[in-house]
Design a protein around this ligand. Structure first.
Ligand code: UDP
Length: 339
């Protein structure tokens, strides 16, 4: 007889977290969400409730608050935790490295300590392909070594993975998912990304330019050693990323011993920045105002996943292609702006 999982999702009001909560509920899991709403808004929780027709057990809470977490763990018997709560801006991390270490590394340590006290052993951790830097071999697989991180943000992900690998021996069962470039939004356009200020990431910048919130998109460099000179990335629909977390819970549940394992979470398809911009124009019919600018410091030339390991271990595949991902991103932008 299978029991229902009760999953604690930290950062569940965030971009990937909120989409994962939807997928978890739709797969029949019980979910509790904590989020300090420092980088999101309560309307995202309401969006999840509308999509799933389920009242969300939501707690406005900071993962650095050990006392509050202990209380929550005493009141619930969680079967597993998915830890999304973290800062994710590369630029901001360069300006405020200490706050990135405190929030990203500090909250993981607090969480692990609370989990250990309450005998909750299963954890899925949000990592990033940034741990690889510019890999020597592409597509990159999980055996590629960590290169020196380009930013304190990337460094926090490397440090967290290292902590998890060592701490897992204390009885934890841990999966790190190394995200490539999540884009798009839920097909309902009820939840999506809420960038703060001027977006750093490509797709929110594209959709804001299309919505005429930004005058023009700058493509950072066309002199890279790629087919059209622009950088190459592995763009993956956020709902596909979310779906992999549901599979990760099943995978962890099946293990009998403590372990630590990292998985690439990408499509395996390399797409250039220019190709993405052209695809956006083709699927939306919008003529995007863009120009070529200088390279952005810290950008790697080309990175995309070898997703074989996750395909085999989780039986997971993507459902959405690039065109659908971009259309869903645009639908969400229109909803945000009442267009
Ligand atoms: N990019 C761009 N213009 C922008 C934002 C991003 O040309 O306004 C490029 C960036 O140089 C990189 C790619 O788009 O090659 C993806 O950048 P993003 O910040 O979305 O993700 P990253 O791969 O850096 O994590």
């Amino acid at each position: 007889m299978s029991t229902i999982n009760h999953v604690l999702v930290t950062g569940g009001a965030g971009y990937i977290g909120s989409h994962t909560v939807v997928e978890l509920i739709e797969a029949g899991n019980k979910v509790t969400v904590v989020d300090n709403l420092s980088r999101s808004e309560y309307k995202i929780i309401e969006g999840i409730e509308t999509i799933t027709g389920t009242k969300i057990d939501f707690h406005k809470m900071d993962c650095l608050d050990a006392e509050a977490l202990h209380k929550l763990f005493s009141q619930n018997k969680f079967s597993s935790v998915i830890h999304f709560a973290a800062f994710k801006s590369v630029n901001e991390s360069v300006a405020k490295p200490l706050s990135y270490y405190k929030n990203n590394v500090g909250s993981l340590i607090v969480l692990l300590d609370v989990m250990k006290t309450h005998d909750v052993k299963d954890l899925i951790f949000s990592s990033s392909c940034t741990v690889y830097g510019q890999p020597d071999q592409i597509p990159v697989d999980e055996s590629a070594p960590f290169k020196k991180a380009e930013s304190p943000y990337g460094s926090t992900k490397q440090v967290c993975e290292q902590i998890l690998e060592e701490v897992a021996t204390e009885g934890f069962r841990v999966v790190s998912l190394r995200y490539f470039n999540p884009i798009g939004a839920h097909p309902s356009a009820l939840i999506g990304e809420l960038p703060i200020g001027v977006p750093n990431n490509l797709v929110p910048y594209v959709t804001q330019t299309a919505a005429e919130v930004r005058k023009a998109l700058t493509i950072f460099g066309n002199d890279y050693n790629t087919s059209d000179g622009s950088c190459v990335r592995d763009f993956i629909h956020v709902s596909d990323v979310a779906g992999a977390h549901v599979k990760a819970i099943d995978y962890v549940n099946k293990q009998s011993k403590s372990f630590y394992e990292a998985f690439n979470l990408g499509t395996g398809i390399g797409v250039s920045v220019l190709e993405l911009v052209k695809k956006f124009m083709a699927v939306t019919g919008i003529r995007l105002n863009y120009s070529i600018g200088p390279r952005r410091p810290g950008d790697v030339e080309k990175v995309y996943a070898n997703p074989e390991k996750i395909h085999k271990a989780f039986g997971w595949q993507t459902k959405y292609d690039l065109g659908q991902s971009l259309l869903h991103a645009w639908e969400w932008e229109k909803k945000l702006r009442d267009i």
